[in-house]
Design a protein. Sequence first.
Length: 299
Amino acid sequence: MAERRNIEFEIEGGLKLRGWLFTPGGPGPHPAITMAHGYAGVKEHGLERFAIAFAEAGFVVLLHDHRNFGASDGVERGDVDPWRQIADWRRAISYLEIQPEVDPKRIGLWGTSYAGGHAIVLGATDRRLKAVVSQVPTISGFEQGLRRISPDAIPALEEAFSNDERGQLRGEPLRRQLVVSDDPSVAASYRSKDAIEFYLQPLPAGAWENTVTIRSTRAARMYEPGAWVPRVSPTPLLMVVALADTITVTDVALAAYERALEPKKLVTIPGGHFDPYLSQFPMASAAAVAWFRAHLLDA
């Protein structure tokens, strides 16, 4: 039976990231996996099931909340900067390396959705990682934006970006929008029924707020982790792609996989963006466990 304990570690500016460390039974040191959630998500959004599956397969697992979210520090709550999250994640890898239960030469990374994009960037730029799993990943903020935002809505979005920049110059609070809403008159990142159900699932009190900064949307539309896909090699890369994904967009992910170099593997699963956490969890988790076993446990 895997054990879970609360942990924290320091990042720049004295801020602390917090999360959970899962440890398997038996003597160590064990191979390890570091993982985190996607856009505006927290660890309670369906990730503990993956962490437990990995720990029960023999891995130490570090699951942290990004800065400004969940249990982690951050003054600008709900602010998503992909490059800060990536820099913080490097600190998580360093923290994991020094845990007495961990074999620092056998660390893998699992990221999903927006953090699936981070997994690609980190896999390409941090050779401490010996295996990477990128689940339903963000590949191109630009391409995703073209699919998810109608052309007639773009002028208002650009004006919101501009007003936010002007407000920051004047020292005003960052402008905000909801993460999910089905009200078309309210600014929100996602409007699909499956996204609303996923983000608004019952969570512990205070674990998550339905708010994100406007500048997070600008940053997301500028984020292009797909440019790093060919550079992940020689680190082994598994991509898990949902065949009806309208959030990170199936065809864009499949095209990115074609650009990846060996060693690589593609696993496609039925359903949409959120099904790996829900109806397709057994398939998604089994694929990741098998990949980590092959490249960390049995290596």
